[in-house]
Design a binder for this molecule. Structure first.
Ligand SMILES: Nc1ncnc2c1ncn2[C@@H]1O[C@H](COP(=O)(O)OP(=O)(O)OP(=O)(O)O)[C@@H](O)[C@H]1O
Ligand SMILES: [Mg+2]
Length: 339
């Protein structure tokens, strides 16, 4: 069974072919046009998807060694995301599936992040606790069986990835900021500044990251590194690495604490992390350490399946298809689709 997965919810134009659940190709074109703006510009994203969708899909088919006529289904993200960006992939996928007379499956992007952990072996067992940490979401989810998700908690303000990106911007670093902070933090002292950790109420599984971000801003202002009337930061490399390490430690501490709370309340032997921030080396190290201490099986996707990609969309498509689920061609894009 050849399933094509298409992803255009934000600033990655991506397509992948899965053959009986095995990845045969996974093509990702990251739009560089947004870098100079320090964030994704929705209209530019839609236009870039329009330019890239055909070559990216053609490349995915070529690498998989198949022709489009050999496809048996097309899966595509229909939300959440930027509506104009979603529409490009969704309409392309519908047209392709309609023309080929094969099933078309709309995929929830957050479900796809979650099920990116099912791409490689060993596959997680249920019940599964999954922390989804991405650019727009931070969610703690209990999965009792395929597509039965209980949302335990989510962010009340900024997503973890968003906090990384905003702090990176403050520090005069590029976009996206997560990988840059991760790299710099390796050389820094995580105890240099004790930024606040928002653990919220004792029994809360929710998250809040806007406070940490504001604390970094006030610290920079207080130390005259970032003047109140300017975006121009003056900072030496050592201080920069120390601030990156201290900020990252604060974010990771909160994420780890929420996993520990859920482990105390729910009987689970498998824990997964997914989404762009799951590429973070400190989060990976700390969750691995926790897994050893607490004796659970940890699942984190390969780096190429952490940030947006077509393979995770195709994986959900394949799982749904096996379960007899397909979508109606009337399906529309849903910008704020929930899990
Ligand atoms: N090594 C890293 N450390 C920390 N953050 C990272 C790392 N690599 C990527 N990120 C962050 O991951 C985010 C991108 O992840 P992803 O592609 O899953 O998000 P998105 O698709 O934009 O948002 P969503 O999935 O919520 O719609 C960015 O915020 C980026 O900074
Ligand atoms: Mg994403």
């Amino acid at each position: 069974m050849n399933v094509l997965g298409i992803e255009t919810s934000c600033d990655e134009t991506a397509a992948a072919v899965l053959q009986d659940g095995i990845v045969k190709s996974n093509i990702i074109s990251s739009q560089l046009v947004h870098q100079k703006y320090g964030g994704v510009v929705p209209e530019l994203a839609s236009r870039a998807h329009q330019r890239l969708i055909v070559p990216v899909v053609e490349e995915a088919l070529h690498i998989a060694g198949i022709k489009k006529e050999q496809l048996e289904s097309v899966a595509v993200t229909y939300g959440p995301g930027l509506v104009g960006a979603l529409l490009v992939g969704l309409n392309f996928a519908k047209a392709l599936a309609y023309g080929l007379k094969i099933p078309f499956i709309g995929v929830n992007h957050m479900e796809a992040h979650l099920y990116s952990n099912f791409i490689d072996e060993p596959k997680p067992n249920f019940p599964l606790l999954c922390l989804i940490v991405s650019g727009g979401h931070t969610q703690l989810v209990l999965v009792r069986q395929f597509f039965h998700h209980q949302l335990l908690g989510e962010t009340l303000d900024d997503a973890a990835g968003e906090a990384f990106d905003k702090v990176a911007k403050m520090l005069g670093l590029g976009f996206p900021g997560g990988p840059i902070i991760d790299k710099l933090a390796k050389q820094g002292n995580p105890d240099f500044v004790k930024f606040p950790r928002s653990f919220l109420d004792e029994d809360s599984f929710d998250f809040s990251f806007s406070g940490i971000k504001t604390s970094v801003l006030y610290w920079l202002r207080g130390h005259k590194i970032l003047p109140a009337d300017s975006q121009q930061i003056t900072i030496n490399h050592e201080l920069l690495t120390n601030l990156c390490a201290s900020f990252q430690a604060a974010v990771v501490d909160v994420l780890i604490e929420k996993i520990m709370r859920a482990l105390r309340k729910f009987e689970v032997k498998d824990v997964a992390v997914a989404g762009g921030v799951s590429a973070n080396s400190e989060l990976r190290r700390r969750t691995q350490e926790l897994a050893q201490r607490q004796g659970f099986k940890l699942h984190i996707p390969k780096f190429e399946y952490c940030t947006d990609n077509g393979a995770m969309i195709a994986m959900v498509g394949w799982l749904k298809l096996k379960g007899g689920i397909r979508s109606d061609f009337g399906l529309n894009a849903v910008a704020n689709l929930s899990l």
